[in-house]
Every structure is written in structure tokens, then in C-alpha cells.
Design a protein around this ligand. Structure first.
Ligand code: MEV
Length: 325
């Protein structure tokens, strides 16, 4: 039996379909080359230990018998619940477990650090126990973790951390279809503002309670544009993809999840020659994304910076979860 294993999983950036994907519609999401790694190892004491210095967590520890119980600090929640769910599927052992996570990106960007670390932790632990998990099993455990921690979410970020690449995804993993595309001509601008996904989902839910038909209709339209974007991406038709992203931004504005800062960066990118630009993720802050011809990308980066954004350089076509050592 091995004693220690390190697994990594990529972060993600949402291309189209956010919010609607929480309600049985599709989205398109791509993995990025910045990763979160998790090392799982056996220790002699029967405790659960967690080191996640990227979120300021050092020497977190509790008895294995208490895992998932009592007060859990925010920074430890995904890891602790993930470990609890894996342990609940195996015979009890006297050995303790230590998990150490490391991230190549800030948890502030909205690149899915919690979901990437959940996937890396579950996969590392399963491997440590010598258990082979299919991608589907891995998705189920990790999605359960997300639902237990935050109560809502489509699971698109979990799927991306597992499968990598660019995928067409429907709520809860009903469809997870890799799209035939390698790298995407994108520029990413960070607003400098941290968004809280659950708050924004709740905000949209309130709007849909007041105007159910209008909001449902917006979701239906978003689903249609996501389906058209799927075709555009498969043909590498970036101009059409850009137009569809602009329409998607219009619906997100309507749902009330954009912001002045996001709009500033989005218009700066469009004015500098992007095919299209929109917010990416829950909205309210985090990042915006532009699709642009390579010849315009430098000018777009400059324009976003001038408008107060920070350019985050990422490569797409990233590999999904993998064993590192
Ligand atoms: C957040 O990045 C995207 C949302 O659609 C939530 C989700 O799909 O889990 C708002």
C-alpha cells in the first residue's frame, strides 16, 4: 500500500450559460492551465490534518471520529466534507489522514479553486486507499461535497476539474460532452472584486420568484445561445462565438448580476476590437472574458488595464485531474 500521493486538477473559466445552468440548462466551460494540487498521506495518529496555506489554513486538525461534525472553518469546509464522504465509503482504519493543498492561482479570481481542490483531494484519497474511481463516480462524490457545503450549484466546475478541455455541460452532470477544440483565443480581465456565488444565485432566485416567466424565458434564450455557441466553437467560428457572448451578457445584465466595473472592462474590450465580451461566472465581480483575434489581443489587454482591470494570463486546453507523484 502506498503512503503518499499527489493529484492535481485544473481551474476553470465559464464561457457561456452561467446561472441558467443552475436550472437545467446547458453551459460551456473551459479548463485553464493553472492547477490545484492535493497530497494525501497516512499518518499514525487517528486524526484528520489539513494544510491549505493558500487560504491561510495551517495545522488544522480534528479526531477522525469528529470529521464533518461541529464548527468547520470556511476555509476547511470543502476539504473536510470531501474527506468525510470518501471515508464513509471504506472500512474504518486506525490511521489518520493528512491533506496538503497548493494552488497556482488566487482563490479570489473565481477560477474554481474549491472545486479543483475537492476533485484533487477525493481523487488523491481514493488512490491512497487503492480504490479506482471512474470519472462518473468521482463527479458524484465531488458534486455531493459541493451540495453539502453550499447547498446549490450546477457542478460545472467539478466536471471541468475532472474532464479538462472545453465541455458542454448540463446541470448535475446530466450531459458532460467534451467539445472538439484545443485552445481558445481569450483574454481575461479581473475586476479586483471578490464575488460570492451563493449570494448571486440567491439574488437571481429572488428575481425569478417575482418574475418567474420572464426569468425562465431568459434561461431558455440562454440555453439556445449556448447550443449555437457549441456549433460555433466546433467550427472555430470565433466571430459568431463573440456575438453570442455579447447576447449572453445582455441576459446576465437583465438578471442583475453584472456590475459597473464588469461593464467597464467588457466595453473596453469590445471597443478595442474583441469579437465579444461578457462576465464569466456568478457575476458581481471576479472576471470578465473576451474572445478576440490574436492581432487585437495586446490592444484589448491594454484597454482592460486602462479601465481598471488586471489581465490574468491563462492557457486553455488544460488536462483534467491527473496523478502527479
Ligand atoms: C458560478 O461560477 C456559475 C453559476 O452558474 C453557479 C453554478 O453553475 O454552480 C452562477
Amino acid at each position: 500500500m502506498m503512503n503518499k500521493i499527489t493529484v492535481s486538477a485544473p481551474g476553470k473559466i465559464m464561457l457561456l450559460g452561467e446561472h441558467a445552468v443552475v436550472y437545467n440548462r446547458p453551459c460551456i466551460v473551459t479548463a485553464i492551465d493553472q492547477r490545484v494540487s492535493a497530497t494525501a498521506e497516512f499518518i499514525n495518529e487517528p486524526v484528520f490534518q489539513l494544510e491549505a496555506t493558500e487560504v491561510g489554513l495551517k495545522n488544522y486538525q480534528k479526531p477522525l471520529s469528529q470529521i464533518g461534525k461541529g464548527e468547520i472553518p470556511k476555509e476547511a469546509k470543502f476539504a473536510e466534507i470531501a474527506v468525510k464522504l470518501v471515508l464513509s465509503q471504506k472500512p474504518t482504519s486506525k490511521k489518520g489522514i493528512k491533506i496538503t493543498t497548493k494552488s497556482q492561482f488566487s482563490s479570489l479570481f473565481g477560477f474554481g479553486s474549491s472545486s479543483a481542490s475537492t476533485v484533487a483531494i477525493v481523487s488523491a484519497l481514493a488512490n491512497l486507499f487503492g480504490k479506482k474511481l471512474s470519472q462518473k463516480n468521482l463527479f458524484e462524490i465531488c458534486y455531493k461535497t459541493v451540495l453539502e457545503v453550499q447547498g446549490k450549484g450546477s457542478g460545472f466546475d467539478i466536471a471541468t476539474a475532472i474532464y479538462g478541455g472545453t465541455t458542454y455541460f448540463v446541470t448535475g452532470g446530466k450531459t458532460i460532452k467534451p467539445l472538439p477544440v484545443t485552445s481558445l483565443p481569450i483574454v481575461i480581465g479581473y475586476t479586483g472584486i471578490k464575488a460570492d456565488t451563493v449570494t448571486l444565485i440567491d439574488q437571481v432566485k429572488k428575481l425569478s420568484e417575482k418574475y418567474p416567466k420572464i426569468v425562465e424565458n431568459s434561461y431558455d434564450q440562454i440555453a439556445k445561445l449556448v447550443d449555437s455557441a457549441k456549433i460555433a466553437i466546433s467550427k472555430k467560428d470565433w466571430q459568431s462565438l463573440g456575438k453570442l457572448m455579447n447576447i449572453n451578457q445582455g441576459y446576465l445584465e437583465g438578471l442583475g448580476v453584472s456590475s459597473q466595473m464588469l461593464s467597464n472592462l467588457i466595453y473596453a474590450a469590445r471597443d478595442a476590437g474583441a469579437y465579444g465580451a461578457k462576465l464569466s461566472g456568478a457575476g458581481g465581480g471576479d472576471c470578465m472574458i473576451a474572445i478576440a483575434p490574436p492581432s487585437r489581443q495586446k490592444a484589448i489587454e491594454k484597454a482592460i488595464t486602462k479601465a481598471g482591470g488586471k489581465i490574468i494570463k491563462v492557457e486553455t486546453k488544460a488536462e483534467g485531474v491527473r496523478i502527479e507523484s
